[in-house]
Design a protein around this ligand. Sequence first.
Ligand code: PEP
Ligand code: MN
Length: 353
Amino acid sequence: MTKFSLTEKRPLIISGPCSAETEEQTLETCRQIAATGLVDVLRAGVWKPRTKPGSFEGVGLPGLAWMARAKAETGLPIAVEVATAKHVESALAFGVDILWVGARTTVNPFSVQDICDALRGTDTVVLVKNPMNPDINLWVGAVERLRKVGIENIGLIHRGFSAVGGIYRNNPMWHLAIEMQHRMPELPIIGDPSHIAGKREYLAEVAQKCADLNFNGLIVESHICPQEAWSDPEQQLVPSDLVTLLNSIHWRKEKVDKPEFVQALDGFRAEIDQIDAEVFDLLSRRMVVAESIGQVKRDNDVTILQSGRWSDIVDRILAQSDQLKLSKEFISIILNAIHMESISKQNQVMNAR
Ligand code: PEP
Ligand code: MN
């Protein structure tokens, strides 16, 4: 049998309940999802790595049997999460087509290696979720470990990073997903709006963002009765709402060959490149002034930081945020970066021997 290809279709849509709970819930959810005609792969968690003990930790092997039945009935391939070598062996024995490594597993190279050792010699399709913490190297490392045991059919899942505060359950930190695409451009990347958003109301905007960043597909949790789900009740969709969500997403193409488009884009890109050059030239000049300030402070035996001066600068520029049409958050990030570089320059000057 030819192996499932992660790149044959864009968007690749994976859906199913967060957890397989009962045979009835698993099969009925999978039947309704398959009937939408919009989904390529069915998913369910049968072992649930929960942050706290005592939460529902998955039904284990019976869940695999239910998913195998869902596959036989619907003709759709099935995906489950694996966290140990034993999980891998059991999933493969039940004919699971795609395995995924969860965020709480990608963080741990020992666990990833354990999974890899069980996969050696197979040609399993494996999806690797980003680690909980924003450390790209752990994500890359998991892919490298899989490759070392001969796994070639690999994809990435972006599910956001552990967040404190913020409206979403996990912080998408989109720049890290982009960085990962840059580091491993040959790998398809699938967005997980369910675990990023954590709430149904934010699914559409997160899913659209994944599409706009040229992701290859989505993994979305769906349940016949989300409010009674044993895990992640607030982020799962009934299959009919899954249809609404999937139909609302606009999957734009990466590029078109139309000359007007190419010309317009080239023009704007030249403008952006010019502006970037000017921005960095200005920043460089600003740092030269900062060095001069460092010299004056050194010669007069004054500390780098004068209380009040920096908050005056921040307050003045933040007050212009409407005029500049820049968010306060963006201004703060830029100012902090400038301030750090400026302090470091002054520090070099003041402590030069
Ligand atoms: C899941 O997909 O159900 C899951 C547990 O996800 P994550 O590993 O991203 O938390
Ligand atoms: Mn979940």
